[in-house]
Design a protein around this ligand. Structure first.
Ligand SMILES: Nc1ncnc2c1ncn2[C@@H]1O[C@H](COP(=O)(O)OP(=O)(O)OP(=O)(O)O)[C@@H](O)[C@H]1O
Ligand SMILES: [Mg+2]
Length: 298
């Protein structure tokens, strides 16, 4: 159910809950400023897209959120609906998924290729299983708490295998899957940790139009059925415009626009940012049209 369809008439106005608050995020690599003082909010139960030309700083935002990089400046606050507030920039990277509930997929797929599809999903739940074992050998070999956690981990893995239509491939090595299946397996793996925020780095890259349409449905289902927030980096504008509730646009490390898909489509700064691109066929028709009009004016 979308947030708007959940609204009931009543005295309380529906207020969007902020799930992720990014404030003045800056990331420098030596003399290069990859991210330059960007601030935005991603609401709970919404799909927030981060778009922008190559090198704009999109993946760097994810790397800061998930502890791969320590931001040079800035605050990254995750308001977990059940667990409270986490200052992500102060957390150890390996604790961010399990504690703050931030899961991600990678621009270049990172699966354990030699492990089976199912094993990839069990390994993802390693932290939960280790907690259940009390971090002891005895816990691993016998305690009922661990067995129950293990059974739940397998159950979750089976559930997500089914959701991404990979049950028939459960025992095959992950590396043997076609590219589109590997992308869906990565999403399943991220969902196995039951995140509050799912960060997807170009999930539609390399997918054919049918796979891309399936992906749109999967992401909308994840938002609607699991009630979590999604951050989506994507170049495919049919995906972005088709499923996003909110779009943030970066260019050369700066935030140049922030709004609804309708607002972004007609934003002149966004059109300008994309004019530098060699190809504009991925742009929404409206943006491509605006560019054509501008070219005729020139
Ligand atoms: N570890 C690093 N060391 C040095 N420079 C880096 C590092 N990571 C990213 N950069 C630089 O930061 C800038 C932003 O890179 P980033 O990967 O975030 O862009 P992007 O928007 O994800 O681009 P693309 O659409 O091509 O994936 C680029 O100039 C890149 O070369
Ligand atoms: Mg990138």
């Amino acid at each position: 159910m979308s947030p708007s369809s959940q609204m009931q008439p009543g005295p309380e106005p529906a207020v969007k809950k902020s799930l992720l608050v990014v404030e003045h995020l800056t990331m420098r690599f030596g003399g290069l400023i990859a991210i330059n003082d960007i601030s935005f909010v991603a609401a709970d139960r919404e799909i927030t897209a981060i778009i922008g030309p190559n090198g704009a700083g999109k993946t760097t935002v994810f790397n800061c959120l998930t502890g791969f990089y320590e931001p040079t400046i800035g605050r990254l606050t995750l308001n977990h609906p059940q667990r409270g507030r986490f200052m992500l920039e102060r957390m150890e990277g390996h604790l961010i998924p399990a504690q703050a509930g931030v899961a991600r997929t990678f621009q270049n797929i990172r699966l354990f290729g030699a492990m089976s599809v199912l094993e990839n999903l069990i390994v993802a739940q390693h932290n939960t299983l280790m907690r259940a074992s009390g971090f002891s050998f005895a816990g691993l070999i016998g305690l009922p708490r661990y067995s129950r956690a293990e059974a739940r981990a397998v159950e979750r893995a089976r559930y997500w295998l089914d959701r991404v239509n990979l049950t028939a491939r459960a025992d095959d090595p992950a590396a043997s899957l076609p590219y589109g299946d590997q992308r869906r397996l990565e999403i399943a793996r991220a969902m196995c940790i039951e995140p509050a925020l799912l960060c997807l780095d170009e999930p539609a890259a390399g997918l054919n139009p049918r796979e891309s349409a399936d992906l749109n449905r999967l992401l909308l289902d994840i938002r609607n059925e699991h009630g979590i927030g999604l951050l989506l980096i994507e170049h495919d504008m049919t995906v972005v415009m088709g499923i996003s509730d909110h779009i943030v646009v970066l260019d050369y490390g700066r935030l140049i626009a922030d709004g609804t898909p309708e607002e972004i489509r007609s934003n002149p700064a966004v059109v300008r940012a994309y004019l530098g691109e060699e190809e504009d066929e991925d742009l929404p028709e409206e943006v491509a049209h605006d560019i054509d009009v501008k070219r005729e004016d020139d």
